[in-house]
Design a protein around this ligand. Structure first.
Ligand code: ADP
Ligand code: MG
Length: 624
């Protein structure tokens, strides 16, 4: 039998390696930006077309390469940063495997221009699918420019695997932000489809954070500083008050490189314990400096994991440092119902679109009778029906009807047991709930009493449900109800919020926002959904974006579902929970006209009725 083992050609080996190192445009961006920083650049420009699928270009003013290095850098294991294995443990630079450029070049069309500052001319190298197609002397600026075109053009399976442009752009943006945070003394810019997304001038760490996340962060940051023989910690944590509103901005940098580390994360969380609600996330931007020989950064191909030699000490030091910082600034927690929702339903339920309930009605049902059979035959009713206005006895009947029915703790159409349907039908017939007297008990409970019993409504839960259904029904209409602004405010957004507004422009219009772009990162709010309190339009929009982002990242809700929920949440966060009787009545009427009035968005019961028997049980008959 003939020999069958063959050595893979380099181009194929590189393509295989690329599978590990370069998964998407963002991975190429990370490698190119890190190389630029490694080359000592203090100005780095990232240019993208179509989320990096068509073009990723990184231009730096770093130390450049000689003509022969320019050719060699695309070879596998070509690196200037590592000569022997010991070097791996002493490195402070970002890249050290000599794999990135070879991998990128094997799956794209790459054009490299580079010049050493002391040379008059530089070099231009063209590579396609790992094969050099051109090499010449060229008059180019000092530093390096690498343009990566049509990533994965020769690996259709990978190209097809890429997500939509907004999703890929988000990944790129995240990598850009990580490198930019790790190097505040470098001036970074990012352009996408010819628009400038970021312009981050050299500055200190605090300035870099606020330039990326927005000026409001200036007052949210608490400095952390700790110096020990094992590790130096510095940076910022977000004040606990803002944890409920944050987007989970969590960044660790070890020796200037972004790392993801659940152990370190745990240490920070422990320091925040009891200061923030359990379902909120602290923000942090923490930098650790450690002797490079005491860490192993090479345990993961994309290099975001790390292993410390003195793991436990680092944990304890980090936790103490954050705790001390928080104590020093004596930032008190604030807890109320405004905090982020705990989505305690299974995700598949949450992502189900609301279904119009099919209401089953028993045609033989007679509310005047004390006893009633179970409904038969599905039929639809439309309501409210003023002609069918019931009398007092009818109103009383639903209370009897419902009192022994436990409310099923589920969301969605399955909750509508027959008794619920029947009760709902009757309640809805009692068009304006004239016979009820409404009072509020505590911050969240509305009670309506009637001589036959009481109705309990959870106010914020009901408001959230009502608003949510209003917005979810708004999708599909061309344009939502909008209140036009007399003096449309201009709003400066962070670059990522600005991109999100662009991404959601159609949906925002459908729920009633009328937004135009004024300039890069600035929008004008011409109209907002009806019901937003005057003067709070901008805050509502910003809260909406924050909430949207959180729901998207943590719960992966589909766009419409997410926007409707986020909008409902940002509106109730601003509402006065104290209501007068007239408002409570309206709230109940609105709730009763919802598709799913019995349950809040988190699945909790928000509407309940108690008839005389149930109430009597609370005060058992003393036998007199
Ligand atoms: P690594 O960064 O692990 O060494 P890369 O494949 O990313 O491997 O880069 C290979 C080599 O190419 C680097 O070691 C460096 O010498 C050179 N190089 C890459 N990018 C640049 C740049 N922007 N400026 C100067 N030299 C660069
Ligand atoms: Mg590199």
């Amino acid at each position: 039998m003939s020999d069958i083992i063959r050595l893979l050609p380099d181009t194929v080996a590189n393509q295989i390696a690329a599978g590990e190192v370069i998964q998407r445009p963002a991975s190429a961006v990370k490698e190119l930006l890190e190389n630029a920083v490694d080359a000592g650049a203090d100005q780095v420009r990232l240019v993208l077309l179509d989320a990096g699928k068509t073009l990723i270009q990184v231009v730096d003013n770093g130390k450049g390469m000689s003509a022969s290095d320019a050719r060699l850098c695309f070879e596998r294991h070509a690196t200037s940063k590592l000569r022997q294995i010991d070097d791996l443990f002493q490195l402070n630079t970002m890249g050290f495997r000599g794999e990135a450029l070879a991998s990128i070049a094997s799956v794209a069309q790459v054009e490299l221009r580079t010049r050493l500052p002391q040379e008059e001319t530089g070099a231009k190298v063209l590579i396609e699918g790992g094969v050099c197609t051109g090499e010449e002397e060229a008059a180019v600026p000092a530093g390096t420019s690498i343009a990566v075109k049509h990533l994965f053009y020769n690996v259709p399976a990978r190209r097809n695997f890429l997500k939509s442009n907004p999703v890929e752009t988000r990944h790129v943006q995240e990598e850009f932000v990580r490198v930019a945070l790790a190097n505040p003394s470098v001036h970074f810019t990012m352009h996408h489809n010819e628009a400038q997304v970021y312009d981050l001038r050299a500055g200190n760490y605090r300035q870099r954070i606020t330039a990326i996340f927005g000026n409001v962060y200036n007052e949210r940051l608490v400095p952390v500083e700790e110096e020990t023989s094992i590790v130096r910690v510095d940076g910022y944590v977000g004040k606990p008050d803002f944890a409920r509103k944050n987007r989970g901005e969590q960044y660790f940098f070890v020796n200037n490189r972004f790392v993801k580390d659940s152990y370190l994360h745990h240490a920070v969380n422990a320091a925040f314990e009891s200061l923030i609600p359990r379902d909120a996330y602290p923000s942090y931007w923490l930098r650790l400096s450690v002797d490079p020989s005491l860490i192993d950064v090479n345990i993961h191909p994309t290099k975001t994991e790390i292993k410390f030699q003195h793991e436990k000490d680092v944990y304890a030091i980090l936790r103490a440092a954050v705790k001390r910082a928080l104590g020093k600034y004596s930032v008190a927690p604030s807890l109320d119902f405004e905090r982020e929702p705990t989505f305690d339903l299974p995700l598949d339920k949450l992502s189900q679109p609301p279904v119009t309930p099919t209401i089953r009605v028993n045609p033989d049902y007679n509310p005047f009778k004390a006893s009633h059979g179970s409904p038969s035959g599905p039929a639809r009713v439309s309501f409210p029906n003023p002609a069918a206005r019931p009398n007092r006895e009818q109103t009383a009947a639903w209370l009897d009807l419902h009192q022994d029915q436990p409310v099923q703790p589920e969301l969605g159409p399955t909750l509508s047991g027959d008794a619920d349907d029947e009760m709902l039908r009757l309640l809805r017939l009692v068009e304006d709930l004239d016979d009820f007297r409404f009072v509020q008990a505590g911050p969240r409970l509305a009670i309506a009493n009637h001589k036959q019993g009481i109705l309990l409504v959870d106010i914020p839960g009901a408001r959230e449900r009502i608003l949510y259904e209003r917005f979810i029904h708004a999708f599909g209409r061309h344009k939502g109800h909008s209140q036009q602004q007399l003096f449309p405010p201009q709003l400066q957004l962070s670059p990522s919020d600005f991109m999100l507004v662009q991404e959601l422009s159609e949906e925002l219009k459908q729920i009633g926002f009328d937004i135009t772009e004024f300039s890069q990162n600035t929008i004008v709010l011409h109209g907002v959904p009806t019901g937003i309190e005057a003067g709070s339009e901008s805050q509502v929009l910003q809260q909406l974006l924050e909430q949207y982002r959180q729901n998207r990242d943590k719960l992966r809700l589909p766009t419409h579902e997410n926007l409707a929920r986020s909008m409902a949440r940002s509106l109730i966060m601003r509402e006065n929970p104290q209501k007068v009787s007239r408002e409570l009545r309206q709230l109940c009427i609105d709730l009763l006209h919802c598709d799913h009035p019995f349950h809040g968005l988190q699945g909790k019961v928000i509407l309940k009725t108690l008839g005389p028997d149930k109430l009597q049980q609370l005060l058992p008959d003393p036998n007199i």
